[in-house]
Design a protein around this ligand. Structure first.
Ligand SMILES: Nc1ncnc2c1ncn2[C@@H]1O[C@H](COP(=O)(O)OP(=O)(O)OP(=O)(O)O)[C@@H](O)[C@H]1O
Ligand SMILES: [Zn+2]
Length: 477
């Protein structure tokens, strides 16, 4: 069986046929770096990281391009609110994004182009569009340039809409449009915005429109026709519809397959910075281990909505602990085995069926269940086989606790936990001694000091236990 993927444009599951044999080019829309990434953002990263690993496993050479939108109205507004330069704001959250990729075990894209680094490519595309009669400079002298939607009859093909049924495009400043549905390719300089956030063009200073940057960068790095264009389902319209219109209107074939991940929601609403319902990655990974958060996202099919809840997250963490508990026990008993090169046929079939991770995870759990029955009998060929298969499957999902990045982190974590445990215990003994001599001021001072560090002390009949307080994971920018 070959890999089959759902294509949003044709609304069908189709065999994957690469543009260039043996190679895959994937573009997925990256973040507008206006704030700290939340679980919704990282879901998209995890989905495309698993897709990339599956292609590589299937023998393809994969190129992944994911942009960073480092200039945009929201970045300008948020940086002004904080009183920092827009570029410093964008860079701060770009680094936060890289941290989040890394902590969740997502490999960085092959290349991650920034919008501000591709202004000449965008201007070249605008020229071509104006030349071909699909774009116009606003006649009001604002410096805006718009795509002429009515000049492109195919507009609406991706989202299956007719131009006549469409509503006005949501541009920040709809000056001088011929038609309310026309969307901005370029935004003329607006009074009050920093001059550093504008670039010279033949029609005045200005900044790029969001849709155009993806067309320019996808074409530059992946060529005029490439395999997969991805992003969250929220981007299908208007963002991807507009990208498709721009690129095809300059004569490119653009993406063969459009892949959209479903959204992470909170109480049924898209998790979104602007909605204030975001679980920020940095906070969530204080509650569960990053590998458990990744498992939580991987176990869901990429086209199914993930209704985020801490109960579901804790449940997933427990489920993953059964898997990594088996890996640890079986490794101890057998002395360790390498991940298997051959994967169980059901697992392969599940992954080939539109990246069917829920069915793939079910195969993983079945293998763990069978393997667990063997552990009590000590080392055996069957146990080694089960462990190798489990590690092989986990590797594809980016979840093998004995592979990088998890292995070295666990080693570092173990050492640190031991040291911290020793230090906290020494303090607790001092606290106990203070209580024994009825010096409650001293014993309370020790408890308060620990509390300020996030260490919660619980007095049990067996003695004092300590844990780290869970932060509030919905706090963030
Ligand atoms: N809740 C979500 N669930 C799944 N994917 C998401 C979610 N929010 C954003 N994405 C995806 O993350 C990528 C980066 O999105 P972008 O920076 O444009 O965020 P956004 O949609 O503006 O988020 P926000 O509304 O939080 O500002 C896009 O591919 C987008 O589809
Ligand atoms: Zn895009």
């Amino acid at each position: 069986m070959t890999l089959r993927l759902y294509d949003t444009a044709t609304a069908t599951v189709r065999d994957f046929v690469p543009v260039h044999p043996g190679k895959v080019g994937i573009y997925h829309c990256g973040l507008t770096v206006q704030g700290a990434p939340h679980v919704g953002h990282i879901y998209k990263e995890v989905v495309f990281d698993v897709l990339r690993r599956w292609f590589e496993r299937s023998g393809y050479q994969v190129t992944v391009i994911a942009n960073v939108t480092d200039i945009d109205d929201k970045i300008l507004a948020k940086s002004a609110e904080r009183g920092v330069e827009w570029w410093a704001h964008a860079y701060e959250f770009e680094r936060e994004l890289h941290w989040a990729y890394d902590v969740l075990g997502c490999r960085p894209p092959t290349y991650e182009p920034r919008a501000t680094g591709h202004i000449p490519e965008m201007l070249e595309m605008i020229d071509q569009l104006i030349e071909a009669g699909h774009a116009y400079v606003a006649p009001d002298g604002s410096g805006d340039v718009y795509f002429d939607v009515k000049s492109w009859p195919a507009y609406g093909a991706l989202s299956h809409q007719k131009i006549a049924d469409m509503e006005a495009a949501e541009d920040a400043d709809p000056r001088g449009k011929r038609d309310p549905r026309d969307f901005a390719l370029w935004k003329g300089y607006t009074e009050g915005t920093p001059r550093t956030a504008s670039w010279p063009t033949p029609w005045g200073r200005g900044r790029p429109g969001w849709h155009l940057e993806c067309s320019a960068m996808a074409g530059k790095y992946l060529g005029e026709e490439f395999d997969i264009h991805g992003g969250g389902l929220d981007l299908r319209f208007p963002h991807h519809e507009n990208e498709l219109a721009q690129s095809t209107a300059v004569g490119q074939k653009f993406a063969r397959t459009w892949m959209h991940n479903a959204l992470v929601t909170t109480a049924g609403e898209k998790m979104s910075k602007s909605m204030g319902n975001s679980a920020v990655v940095r906070n969530v990974v204080e509650r569960v281990r990053p590998i458990e958060l990744r498992y939580y996202l991987v176990q869901s099919h990429y086209r199914s909505v993930v209704e985020f809840s801490f109960e579901a997250l804790d449940e997933a963490a427990k489920s993953f602990q059964r898997v990594d508990g088996f890996v640890a026990r079986a490794t101890e008993v057998t002395g360790g085995v390498a991940p298997s090169a051959e994967l169980p046929a059901d697992f392969v079939a599940a992954m080939d069926d539109d990246l069917g991770t829920p069915a793939a995870v079910a195969v993983l759990h079945n293998t763990v269940r069978d393997g667990n029955k063997l552990v009590a009998d000590g080392d055996s060929a069957a146990l080694r086989e089960a462990l190798a298969a489990v590690r092989g499957m986990l590797g594809v999902l980016g979840l093998d606790p004995l592979a990088e990045p998890w292995a070295s982190r666990a080693a570092a974590g173990d050492e640190l936990t031991e040291v911290v445990d020793g230090l906290v215990k020494a303090l607790l003994e001092q606290r106990q001694a203070a209580r024994a001599r009825k010096d409650y001021a001293a014993s309370d001072a020790i408890r308060d000091r620990l509390k300020a560090l996030g260490v919660v002390v619980e007095d049990t009949p067996q003695g004092s236990r300590w844990t780290l307080a869970a932060p509030n994971p919905t706090e963030g920018i």
